[in-house]
Design a binder for this molecule. Structure first.
Ligand SMILES: *Cc1c(COP(=O)(O)O)cnc(C)c1O
Length: 399
């Protein structure tokens, strides 16, 4: 029997909904792409988008910005992180997270990851006790949400402020509380590989009036903040408007126009993503040597990717396995590689951060494989991918 081969693309997203394309064309025809280039009492696409995203998450305030990474940097500044401050964050995350900390001249302090790809709460408590960090930048990496009640109890007790990186949890929840609603602020990305797609873009949400007024000023509102529909009232700006620098990073009306119809489709797309995830879970269950992270019952996830572990495989075995899968059209990312590749890198390759020894994270990442599940895949595609992975695991384990 010849080996089955998958011919789909792991990086192909769905097209922008027609409604979004039409709205984008209307913005282009108007020529008014800048968010503050409005006529009369016209609201503008960006202001409306912010209002709609605030309503979707239940946040009091929302600011749309140029990228998810910008939202994170803006949140860190708005909570008052200063150069030289230690900021706690996950050792298992993506480069824009420690990068945002470093951009402020602050110091990333990493927290270990568990085998279920969650932040290690015991190690978090220890790092809080052993450092002077007053902020945790919590990355819900690859959409895995830790016990948020336990995490908030630890951080609240120690007066550590939590900023949530929800780049992979837009539309997700913990115990029915939307992801992003536990910390003092939350950051989302609308970059092509996330849950809504405007090429680049992001959101910052919060219920904190002062924090949000600062964020709006930081984003480059000049003195036009009263044109926002999901920002604090003008008096909140009085105290901070002259002492807050403009670190320009606004969203524009073109991207906002593309995003607004996508927000309406988010819940349905979440259902479709999770159907793909479940298909993969079934297809890869019971494979000798392969471990799928356990997902807690309280976690309402939105899967746009799938992770599994090949614990204690040698680097050479994993390299061979990834190559064999690639030959059959299955694109896997390995988080254990010595050199950063593509979007994938590890905490010890971020050399601008102080070196840290994280043996548990090393072991987990050493066996961690990751794949995208774009909505252009059907459940039949996923079943085929799972059969290919199974057979290649068996080939290496079997000998
Ligand atoms: C993509 C991503 C970001 C940053 O988003 P950009 O919009 O690309 O700047 C932050 N954190 C994680 C975990 C991400 O995957």
């Amino acid at each position: 029997m010849t080996d089955e081969i998958f011919t789909g693309s792991f990086t192909q997203q769905e097209p922008i909904p027609e409604e979004g394309i039409e709205a984008a064309v209307a913005v282009l025809r108007s020529g008014r792409l800048h968010r503050y280039n409005t006529v009369g009492d016209e609201a503008g696409e960006t202001a409306l988008l912010e209002q709609e995203f605030a309503a979707l998450t239940g946040a009091k305030y929302c600011l749309a910005v140029a990228s998810g990474g910008y939202a994170i940097g803006c949140a860190l500044r708005a909570v008052g992180v200063q150069p030289g401050d230690s900021v706690l964050t996950n050792a298992f995350t993506l480069a824009p997270v420690p990068g945002a900390i470093a951009a402020l001249g602050a110091k990333p302090v990493f927290v270990e990851v568990t085998e279920d790809l969650l932040i290690d709460l015991e190690h978090l408590a220890r790092q809080i006790a052993e450092t002077d960090a007053k902020v945790l930048l919590l990355s819900h990496m690859r959409g895995h949400i830790c016990d948020m009640d336990a995490l908030m109890a630890i951080c609240d007790t120690a007066s550590v402020k939590v900023i949530e990186d929800c780049a992979h949890t837009m539309g997700a929840n913990w115990n029915r509380v939307p992801s992003g609603r536990h910390g003092v602020a939350a950051c989302y990305s609308t970059q092509t590989y996330k849950h809504v797609n405007s090429g680049e873009g992001g959101f910052l949400t919060s219920d904190d009036e002062v924090l949000m007024a600062r964020a709006v000023m930081l984003s480059g509102s000049y003195m036009l903040y009263e044109r926002h529909l999901a920002a604090p009232s003008a008096d909140a700006f009085e105290k901070i408007r002259l002492e807050t620098p403009n670190v320009s990073g606004r969203m524009d009306n073109l991207r906002a126009a593309i995003l607004r119809p996508q927000l309406k489709g988010l819940a349905e797309n979440a259902r479709r993503w999770n159907a793909l995830y479940k298909e993969m879970e079934v297809g890869l269950s019971g494979v000798n040597g392969l471990v799928i992270p356990h997902r807690p019952a309280k976690e309402g996830y939105v899967a746009s990717s799938f992770q599994f572990l090949l614990p204690d495989w040698s680097p050479q075995e994993i390299i061979d396995f990834v190559k064999r899968c690639a030959k059959r059209g299955v694109e896997l990312k390995w988080f254990g590689g010595a050199e950063p590749q593509g979007f994938t890198s590890r905490y010890d390759s971020w050399r601008y951060a102080d070196a840290q020894n994280l043996p548990q994270t090393d072991r987990v990442l050493g066996g961690l494989l990751d794949m995208r599940l774009p909505l252009t895949f059907s459940t039949d595609d996923v079943a085929l991918i799972a059969r290919i992975v199974r057979s290649e695991v068996a080939r290496i384990i079997g000998h």
